[in-house]
Design a protein around this ligand. Structure first.
Ligand SMILES: [Mg+2]
Length: 224
């Protein structure tokens, strides 16, 4: 029998990482400044330039790559600030609820595997996901749809009884609709585009999701 799946976005859907990402980036810049004996502003400029060159690619999300590019211990920078990760209200409860309704929980994220495992592990939610699909797994952003294609294939999912839930019209809604998934748009959550606010424009695109919610608990009224 085909499986019912729920593809969950992470950032600004289940978690608020705005402070975490800002402080991780600043921490990496401080490391660069200290090691190279340059002013913080100069290190910040170099980091921003590096990110700018990666805009609109999945590597923009790849802290492992950023660490390698600057010779900085990416993992230490993450671990130092994990306590700033904030789960959105009722995130754990709603993941448990959805699983209880017979759905498989799929975490589909533009983050890379090494980083999302640290964060989801810190949040204590690893056991609640049947599979985690990251941008480095499928070598693309969610907007390309490969996360959905991969999840549907390996879990033998039935698109017409599966959902994509997320805050971003382009990454989470339009891309999922192309595969025939039902879509739930989250109208809450903090963007985490530190250094790259100008690329958050696709948040404003019209997505015509099947449902829009202002709180995770509203999912109970949709997925029964
Ligand atoms: Mg998101």
């Amino acid at each position: 029998m085909k499986q019912k799946l729920v593809f969950w976005d992470w950032t600004a859907t289940l978690a608020d990482e705005s402070k975490l990402d800002e402080d991780v980036c600043r921490g990496m810049e401080e490391n660069v400044a200290k090691r190279d004996g340059i002013p913080f502003k100069e290190a910040e400029k170099r980091f921003k330039e590096h990110l700018r060159n990666l805009e609109n690619t999945w590597q923009w999300h790849d802290y492992v790559l950023h660490g390698r590019a600057f010779g900085v211990d990416w993992k230490h920078c993450q671990q130092m600030h994990l306590k700033e990760l904030v789960l959105l209200p009722r995130a754990k409860e709603i993941l448990e609820y959805v699983r209880g309704r017979g759905y498989k929980n799929v975490l589909a994220t533009n983050a890379v595997r090494a980083v999302i495992l640290l964060r989801v592990g810190y949040a204590g939610l690893l056991d609640l996901f049947d599979i985690i699909i990251t941008s480095d797994d499928v070598q693309s952003l969610k907007s390309e749809g490969k996360h959905f294609e991969y999840g549907l294939r390996v879990l033998d999912g039935d698109p017409s009884s599966s959902y994509s839930i997320g805050d971003n019209p382009v990454q989470d809604i339009l891309s999922a609709k192309r595969f025939g998934l039902m879509t739930i748009k989250c109208d809450f959550g903090q963007l985490t585009h530190y250094h790259s606010y100008h690329i958050s424009g696709n948040h404003k695109e019209l997505a015509n999701a099947d449902y829009s919610i202002s709180d995770l608990s509203e999912i109970r009224r949709i997925i029964k």
